[in-house]
Design a protein around this ligand. Structure first.
Ligand code: PNS
Length: 162
C-alpha cells in the first residue's frame, strides 16, 4: 500500500525524519508530499524543501519526495494512496488533526488517516520552534538533519537584519 505523508516541512525536523523512517518499514511506498501553500511565507522554497528531504531520505529506497498544490485528498487520489500519515506529538495536536481527518473524510472517503506517535525524544519539536531558535541565534543542530541546519544558518546569516 502507498502512504502519503503530507506537510509543510519548513523545515523538516528529526521528528519528521523519524516518522518517515518508521513508516517506511510499514508500507510498500511512502510519498513525502510538500504542500505548495500560497498563504504562507516560508523559510525555504518548496523546491529547496524537496531537495533537503530527498537528501536526508536517500538511504530509504521506498521513500519518494514530491510537492503538491490544492487538496491533500485529491493528491492522494492521483497517487492511488490508501493512507495519509500524520504524526502526533502531544494531546494538543490531536484536536486539529482530528478536525483535518474528518474534513478529509468528508471530501473523499477513499483514504484513511493513520496517526503515528512521535518518538518521545522529539515530542516537543516543531518546525516553528526550530525557526524561532535559529532566528535568535541559537543552535538547531539537535533538531534538524545536519544539511538542513547548515541551510538554516546560511539563511539567517544572510538575513540577519530581519
Ligand atoms: O505540516 P503541516 O503544516 O501541519 O501540514 C498541514 C497539511 C499540509 C497536511 C494540511 O494543511 C493540508 O492537508 N493542506 C492541504 C489543503 C487541504 O487538503 N485542506 C483540507 C484538509 S484540512
Amino acid at each position: 500500500m502507498i502512504a502519503i505523508y503530507p506537510g509543510s516541512f519548513d523545515p523538516i525536523t528529526l521528528g519528521h525524519l523519524d516518522l518517515i523512517q518508521r513508516s517506511s518499514r510499514l508500507f510498500e511506498q511512502i510519498i513525502v508530499a510538500v504542500l505548495r501553500n500560497p498563504n504562507k511565507q516560508p523559510l525555504f522554497k518548496v523546491s529547496k524543501r524537496v531537495e533537503q528531504i530527498r537528501e536526508c531520505t536517500q538511504h530509504l529506497p521506498n521513500v519518494e519526495v514530491d510537492s503538491f498544490s490544492g487538496l491533500t485528498v485529491e493528491y492522494a487520489k492521483l497517487r492511488k494512496a490508501g493512507v495519509l500519515l500524520r504524526g502526533l506529538r502531544v494531546l494538543s495536536d490531536f484536536e486539529q488533526e482530528l478536525q483535518m481527518t474528518h474534513t478529509n473524510r468528508m471530501l473523499w472517503d477513499g483514504v484513511e488517516t493513520l496517526f503515528l506517535a512521535t518518538t518521545t525524544a522529539y515530542s516537543f519539536l516543531s518546525s516553528s520552534m526550530v525557526k524561532e531558535i535559529a532566528r535568535f541565534g541559537g543552535s538547531v543542530d539537535h533538531f534538524v538533519p545536519e544539511k538542513v541546519a547548515k541551510d538554516i544558518y546560511i539563511y539567517y546569516n544572510q538575513n540577519s537584519q530581519s
